[in-house]
Design a protein around this ligand. Structure first.
Ligand code: GDP
Length: 445
């Protein structure tokens, strides 16, 4: 899918970063170099890549990172924020005229997806209670009028089209007449489909500019195929000069495009991306959200949060030691206790456990979790000798009785704790090996 490779590359970059504590300047440089390479491979325009990586580098070497609890995490946040930035920052909604009809003109190369978009937009507006009218001002391409009539029918909206047999016709007059007709018939929105060519064409651009002048649209949407790759910037600039569009629509985001157009266009034109088209069907269409698109690209989601919380709970060295012990099956009661204490320190064991893959079924047990039990567990484990903590197999009857007395708990409490420890050790081994834990009645800790 679009951004697939870019997502993978960025994830790989951050995976290397996140095992580290403090970041050195060369860590940052290495990461920035990787990001730069990933963006260029995704066909993002060079000036955009340059500015992006420069900003990320400056911020990554700055205070916000060195002061951060988790510097690697902070770098990921910065990249995310900057991505949202080049995608336009805030979501920009379609603007409506104070006095209807709102006129929306579509422009773009042939095959960009304008006619399809006209149908999508009409259907979307209609669903929202508007009364759109479609206008066929693409008199260039044979069959364009017909195609618009088909999508209009699918969307269930009126289509204003020149009479068949009218020859080439005058698209400027058609568009102007259409707006007048829409006003009379009380359509509150008018969507004008214009002609496109395979390449940017001066004649056609002039025609589009004349349609713009004649109809004074509230929005001029430049439709661009996300698959266009490196040509995105030149095409967008030509249309910006030619018709001065107010917003961008990215089409074919469902394809295998590398995503460069998406990441370049808003930034080089300073015009917001308003919609995204994601398929041939009329419903494959949505308002564009820069922040959602950025998270789709970074694709770290819950894992990011999990790392964050895990690293708040364990200092890294400790975590590494625990992981090693689990892997080598040397997980002791001391480790168990330490973990419980750290989790309590983090204060959100439920949240953290809930986010581990495969832990959903544990939710009920987690809800039963009583933090006071940690105090009891502490008392019991602290009454054990170091040898007993390292090797719970030593715990025979008389030792268990001694521990119960020493901790002010019962032998049954001690037995339950040992049993739970064994289950926890087993569970952690499974998690450490990447499996889904099976916990028979974890019970209150
Ligand atoms: P126009 O020349 O700009 O009017 O482009 P069309 O609307 O005729 O679209 C050209 C081709 O792209 C058609 O085959 C559409 O079905 C297809 N198309 C349009 N939008 C999308 C999209 O978002 N995703 C995919 N996969 N195909 C699209």
């Amino acid at each position: 899918a679009t951004f697939g490779t870019l997502s993978d590359r960025l994830a790989e970059t951050f995976k290397n970063l996140r095992t580290k504590g403090k970041l050195s300047a060369s860590d940052v440089d290495g990461t920035v170099r990787e990001i730069r390479r990933a963006l260029l491979e995704a066909d993002v325009a060079l000036p955009v890549v340059k500015e992006f990586t420069q900003t990320v580098r400056e911020r990554a070497l700055g205070d916000e990172v060195s002061r951060a609890l988790n510097p690697a995490q902070q770098v990921v946040q910065i990249v995310n924020e900057e991505l949202v930035g080049i995608l336009g920052g805030q979501q920009r909604r379609l603007e409506f005229a104070k006095t209807p009809p709102t006129v929306i003109m579509l422009a773009g190369l042939q095959g960009a997806g304008k006619t399809t978009l006209a149908g999508k937009l009409a259907k979307w507006l209609k669903k929202d209670g508007h009364t759109p009218m479609l206008v066929a001002a693409d008199l260039q391409r044979p069959n364009a009028v017909n195609q618009l009539q088909v999508v209009g029918e699918q969307a269930g909206v009126t289509v204003y089209a020149p009479e068949p047999g009218n020859g080439v016709g005058d698209p400027v007059k058609v568009a102007k007449d259409a707006v007048a007709q829409a006003t009379r018939a009380q359509h509150d929105t008018v969507i004008i489909d214009t002609a496109g060519r395979l390449g940017v064409d001066a004649e056609l651009m002039k025609q589009a500019a004349n349609i713009r002048k004649a109809t004074n649209p509230d929005e001029v949407l430049f439709v661009i195929d996300a698959m266009i790759g490196q040509d995105a910037v030149a095409t967008a600039k030509a249309f910006q000069e030619g018709v001065d569009f107010t917003g961008v629509v990215l089409s074919k985001l469902d394809g295998d495009a590398r995503g460069g157009a998406a990441l370049s266009v808003a930034s080089v034109t300073g015009r917001p991306i308003i919609f995204a088209s994601t398929g041939e069907g009329l419903d494959d269409f949505e308002p564009f959200h820069p922040d959602r698109m950025a998270s789709r690209i970074l694709d770290l989601g819950d894992i990011l949060t999990l790392i964050e919380q895990a690293q708040q709970a364990f200092d890294e060295e400790e975590a590494a030691k625990v992981a090693e012990k689990i892997a080598s099956e040397q997980f002791t009661l001391d480790d168990f206790l330490k973990q419980m204490q750290q989790l309590r320190g983090a204060g959100n064991i439920k949240k953290m456990m809930g986010m581990l893959p495969g832990m959903g079924s544990m939710k009920q047990q987690l809800d039963d979790f009583d933090e006071r039990e940690i105090v009891h567990t502490e008392a019991i484990i602290q009454s054990m000798t170091p040898a007993e903590r390292t090797n719970p197999k030593l715990l025979n009857g008389s030792r268990r009785l001694r521990i119960a007395k020493g901790s002010g708990m019962t032998v049954t409490d001690v037995n339950q704790l040992v049993q739970r420890f064994e289950q926890a050790a087993k569970m952690m081994k499974t998690v450490a090996r990447g499996g889904t834990p099976q916990i028979p009645g974890m019970g209150p800790m």
